[in-house]
Ligand binder design. Sequence first.
Ligand SMILES: Cc1cc2nc3c(=O)[nH]c(=O)nc-3n(C[C@H](O)[C@H](O)[C@H](O)COP(=O)(O)O)c2cc1C
Length: 212
Amino acid sequence: MKEFSKQDSKLLEDIMLHRRDVRGNRFLDKAIDPSSLEKILFAAVNAPSVGFSQPWEFVVITDKARKNAIKDNFDQSKSSEKKLFSEQQQAQYSQLKLEGIHEAPVNIAVFYKPSEEPVLGQSCMQEVGPYSVVCAVQNMWLMARALNIGLGWVSILNPENVKKILSAPQENQLIAYLCLGYVDYFYDTPELERKQWNKRKSLESLIYKDSY
Ligand SMILES: Cc1cc2nc3c(=O)[nH]c(=O)nc-3n(C[C@H](O)[C@H](O)[C@H](O)COP(=O)(O)O)c2cc1C
């Protein structure tokens, strides 16, 4: 059995605390080396999954035409989302850079592929299938950070449209659209906090003892 030291747990904490969502204004025009990309995908497929179903598939995108189509989808989705906010927030929202589709050398679309067979542990809560894929995404995010590679999650997209652009099978569900690349800088705190869009909640405000 492998045992970890205090130093190891401190290192994991450091990676977690210094992981950031990275947008296009931070990505450098520098290719990701294949061995690093492989490490990130290897981290993904070692995530936990319900019934060990491993219900994930990945589309690695570098093609400009596909990126263009995804960016158009993002622009349309961003204009629709903007309307949900107050007038004052809309002005701030427009200023936010919320993707890095073109600037990031590699984009990865992460899909949930539902099993055709019953999955151990999934019958009561179907969502645990997609949750397993989210675990894979978090593994990718942490491994990317450990390799000093930035990763940004873009969810301001019409998923059915993304599926069409990528010729995804009908049954697959888009879970995440990720932009990856080397960066000029990792901030110590979330950009949305720095830009005063939101604040971090205190731990005490979130924990209940025995019941609500
Ligand atoms: C499910 C999910 C979807 C997200 N979608 C977007 C997005 O569309 N655009 C964006 O700029 N950031 C997106 N983010 C990043 C969050 O804004 C970011 O995680 C949050 O502000 C905290 O910052 P940090 O990740 O740097 O700690 C997403 C994050 C998650 C977990």
